[in-house]
Design a protein around this ligand. Structure first.
Ligand code: GAF
Length: 390
């Protein structure tokens, strides 16, 4: 049974009414890691794993939220006082409702059934997919028309404030704006974006390490603070900068003395990663996959050695990938400390690549490795028919 039919039937059984169904995808980032909260550039693509939300109206001012993945049902009043974090799975959905209302969008009461199929802890933005699917469901069912970029900001703030994760805008943005067969190059300061076609001759192969180290969220916020510290120090000698986005390599080297060693390393990663995204976009546009793959390799090394967000399992997965035929580039993707790698692989070699890497990874670590062979998918939408859900 496909995602839509199944969730419709379960919604009927639970709430005794026919729902509307919305879905929002997870994402993979091709290049541009940890650059989004530094006002920099990213190049993600939506992937064909979705969070599905079935929704129907209620006569009162409540949200009743159920999930196919968790047993307990959550009930909240749509008043500011009762929309508080509860440190459970429902925070992503409740956080979005709270943020929508905080920004002046009055919501109607609703029943929601959520089904997430984006692998959790894989660095593929399962949380953003829940936020975005909930946001479009609540907005449309309340008769609100909200610009997608604004919705992305609302979902990001929900995660910042409710989940305490100081994420940037990338994940929510791509989940809303993704386009099939294209990556999206986003300027995270202006929020201007352009689509970059992914050639039919390649596949995006995602290899999940199956590990998610506990320190991930704390270390993520710490990286953000370290970048902010670098900006504060550099601003004393470069008063016009607002973010690491405004610093180039020459300036960074010239003023290295005002930075701690850690702040310098973090800043160097960001400055060079931004360059790699801009150059990488051109390489992709010119069909120069080999060059793009080199940028991916440099990005991984930089995330490992300068930004220090990789881990042994990710490094091994990249090493195994690089030994395979048909691979243009391999790197960790997402926040790091576990999760998945993204590999740009010749389409003809993709199945063999996935199989060999998974086998070798399991032999080395004893951990099963899930692989996904993808092309970029469309962003979030209401699902109009069963056809669209397939
Ligand atoms: C996580 C965050 F949510 C994103 O905003 C981004 O910073 C990413 O890590 C690292 O590039 O997915």
């Amino acid at each position: 049974m496909n995602g839509q039919n199944s969730i419709v039937e379960k919604f009927r059984a639970k709430f005794g009414a026919n729902p509307h169904v919305y879905r929002a995808p997870g994402r993979v980032n091709l290049i541009g890691e940890h650059t989004d909260y530094n006002d920099g550039f990213v190049l993600p693509a939506a992937i064909g794993f979705y969070c599905w939300v079935a929704v129907g109206p209620r006569q009162d001012r409540k949200l009743v939220i159920s999930s196919e993945e968790f047993p307990e049902q959550i009930e909240v009043e749509l008043s500011a006082e009762s929309l508080r974090p509860s440190r459970t799975w429902s925070d992503y959905a409740v956080g979005v409702a709270a943020q929508l209302q905080k920004e002046g969008f009055g919501l109607s009461g609703a029943n929601l059934l959520i089904h997430g199929e984006v692998p959790i802890g894989a660095g593929l933005s399962s949380s953003a997919s829940i936020e975005v699917a909930t946001a479009i469901a609540l907005a449309e069912e309340s008769g609100l028309s909200i610009d997608r970029t604004r919705l992305a900001r609302i979902c990001q703030r929900a995660e910042n404030e409710f989940a305490g994760m100081r994420c940037g805008i990338m994940d929510q943005f791509i989940s809303l704006h993704g386009r099939a067969n294209h990556a999206l190059m986003l300027d995270c300061r202006s929020l201007q974006f352009e689509f970059v076609p992914i050639p039919e001759s390649v596949r995006l192969v995602i290899c999940n390490t199956g590990v998610k180290h506990k320190l991930a969220d704390g270390e993520y916020n710490r990286r953000r603070e370290e970048c902010e510290e670098a900006v504060r120090s550099l601003a004393k000698v470069l008063p016009n900068i607002r973010a690491l986005r405004d610093v180039n390599k020459e300036q960074l080297e010239q003023h290295r003395g005002v930075l701690s060693e850690i702040a310098y390393q973090r800043a160097l990663h960001i400055v060079k990663e931004n360059e790699r995204v801009l150059n990488g976009k051109e390489a992709l546009r010119n069909g120069d996959l080999r060059q793009f793959g080199e940028y991916m390799a440099e990005s991984h090394v930089s995330l490992r050695d300068l930004f220090e967000v990789s881990c042994a399992e990710l490094d091994l997965m990249v090493e195994l990938a690089n030994a395979e035929p048909g691979v243009y580039g391999a790197r960790m993707t997402g926040g790091g400390f576990g999760g998945a790698t993204i590999n740009l692989v010749d389409a003809r070699c993709a199945a063999g690549f996935a199989e060999n890497v998974a086998k070798a990874y399991e032999e080395n670590t004893g951990i099963a490795c899930a692989t996904y062979i993808c092309m970029p998918a469309e962003g979030a939408s209401r699902v109009e028919s069963a056809e669209q859900a397939r």
